[in-house]
Design a binder for this molecule. Sequence first.
Ligand SMILES: [Zn+2]
Length: 436
Amino acid sequence: MSRFARFVLFAFCPFFLSPFRLAAQQNPSKAAVTVIRAGKVVDVDAGRVLSNQIIVVRGDKIEAIGEALAIPQGAKVIDLSKMTVLPGLIDCHTHLADGARDGDPISQLKKTAAQVALESVPNARLTLESGFTTVRDVGVYRALGDVALRDAINRGYIDGPRMFVAGAYITITGGAGAMTGFAPDIQLPWDLHFGEANSPWEVRQKVRLLVQNGADHIKVLSTGAVLTHGSNPSSIEFTPEELQAAVDEAHHFGLRVAAHAHAADGIKNAIRAGVASVEHATLIDDEGMALAKERGTYLDMDIYDEECIEEDGRNGNTPADFLEHDRDLGEAQRQRFAKAVRAGLKMSFGTDAGVCPYGVAARQFAFMVKYGMTSMQAIQTATHNAADLLGKSDLLGSIQPGKYADIIAVTGDPIADVRALEHVSFVMKEGKIYKQ
Ligand SMILES: [Zn+2]
């Protein structure tokens, strides 16, 4: 690329505020140095725990980690010698930009876009303070609200995790990602049906629009959904041709695709189309598991959610049709999760945050262990594996020199009891401390 072309790209590209832009502006030689004395460090790349480590943070990056490192002069020293230190956690399936959490998406019609945006501020803060320094946000009802939230965090207007965003749901008319449940003669504003597409070419057009407007990845809905009126989780929505169009067009722009899918055939259609991850993967069958293994597709299974759907149901906060969709699916998904773990499939950590309250995503770790993972495997899904799914292993996912200083700490030993991660007491993102 010529220097002029590079200038034009950086000056006018809609990715101007993409997650890593601000960090690149810092001058490393003048950056502040912080040293963390860590009692224990979970080395998620090697799957082991190290003792008595010194972590040197310069500016927004990790400069060094080791047992007997010299502490640079003038460095600020943080004593975490009685704690276990881990890389910042990554939730690969969140919805931070839908405003205050309530049981029915139709509530979006009772709020202005500004209201939804401001209601989303605490969603971002609670997520970061609970130890999740990065999220892969996979869809928003009001298109591009997630882009705005990501950029507000990057500009320092509000506190939140580093966000990678989808911009909107790409979904069939009346599909799993559509706003449904209102009278047919009501015309929705553009941002509440931005991502509807009903042919391969319409899918390509939506991908192009989302790329143009700052999306970091593409989210498609391959089957019906639990939490959508008039939807059926066991129905197929996008055809194989439409899914292939989404993946092909996204790849033209270097973007990956996440596919929502509950039904077995919809899961296989998505894997065959070449998506990076299947979200939920609730009813994945043996053939689907073999395909995922062959293609290296991640399964991003939100196995804790059932607890919140049932609790909200008991409190009258979940619409009756959603509970009907959900019947038997929770346990079916957990059994398939256990099978996928035994089969050695690629697994990432995604909670569908927004179904459960924001800030409790770490509760899923204990369920991942209950259904067959070791604590280390469960932690790896939210660090090492999540960074790989994002295509950002060079910058995220472990405490290694050259990566972003996204560092958390807990009291206790999360390898002995993974529930220690439900109470994160130290949070650093890009070298800045947000909780101590
Ligand atoms: Zn979701």
